[in-house]
Ligand binder design. Structure first.
Ligand code: NAD
Length: 215
């Protein structure tokens, strides 16, 4: 199988969001040109991304929104709900737990873990907080696929090790550090501070002779 660049996966996620918005607005047909405009890429790029997975739509006739949406959901593995556990129920963990619309995105929060004994046993959104020592059992019982790491940076590797030992397949790491996992486990890191620092580079006054950012 040819390898798919991660940027192409990112674009598919963007097309899916746009298709969802079109469907919600009652629009039934779209084209690579429409998708390209909304996704801020070229129509050629849209067609290339989609034909990578087979031919969608008829030449010249564009795409049926509902069909393309279904196909992209299947490509992305969104034909089933993914069960999520949060590790670290501090400020960020609580905020994610409080986010109301996770189910809409096919992700279901099923378990919470924290080492703080004062939090263990408490209820958050109706789910009891467990201690990581019980992670293997809870992950198996609740069929957890994905773990979010929302612990301080210094505890992130321990949280990753616990999740891997418990059998999760994927980790969304919010801690500002790299975590090492076996090749069979996929890690995505979310770091809004890194985004802020990139923004600062774009916003700072230009210095004579320094390379400038690409348009
Ligand atoms: P916090 O101190 O409020 O909460 C951390 C929680 O993790 C605590 O409840 C603590 O008891 C628990 N914990 C510590 N070690 C643990 C372990 N091994 N297993 C399970 N639980 C453990 O921290 P916070 O403000 O919620 O931040 C959490 C993490 O998220 C930090 O690494 C922070 O840098 C990061 N963060 C990332 C983003 C982002 O955009 N990616 C944004 C905000 C915060």
């Amino acid at each position: 199988m040819p390898a798919i660049p991660s940027a192409a996966i990112g674009r598919l996620v963007t097309y899916l969001r746009i298709l969802g918005q079109l469907e919600a607005a009652g629009i039934q047909q779209t084209s690579s040109g429409d998708l390209a405009r909304e996704a801020q890429v070229s129509a050629f790029q849209v067609r290339k991304d989609l034909t990578r997975f087979g031919s969608f739509g008829k030449r010249g006739a564009g795409y049926t929104v509902a069909t393309l949406r279904r196909e992209i959901r299947a490509i992305l593995g969104l034909t089933r709900a993914w069960n999520v556990a949060l590790v670290g129920m501090g400020r960020l963990g609580q905020a994610i737990a409080d986010y109301p619309n996770f189910d809409e995105y096919d992700f279901s929060i099923r378990a919470f873990f924290d080492v703080d004994e004062r939090k263990v046993g408490s209820l958050i959104s109706g789910i009891e907080v467990s201690h990581p020592r019980d992670m293997s059992r809870v992950v198996a019982e609740r069929e957890i696929d994905i773990g979010f790491i929302t612990v301080p940076q210094g505890s992130a590797q321990t949280a990753a090790d616990d999740l891997v030992a418990a059998g999760v397949q994927g980790i969304l790491n919010f801690a500002p550090t790299i975590v090492n996992v076996p090749p069979s486990v996929k890690v995505e890191t979310v770091d809004f501070l890194a985004g802020l620092k990139r923004l600062a580079f774009y916003l700072k006054p230009q210095v004579e002779g320094e390379p400038v950012a690409e348009e």
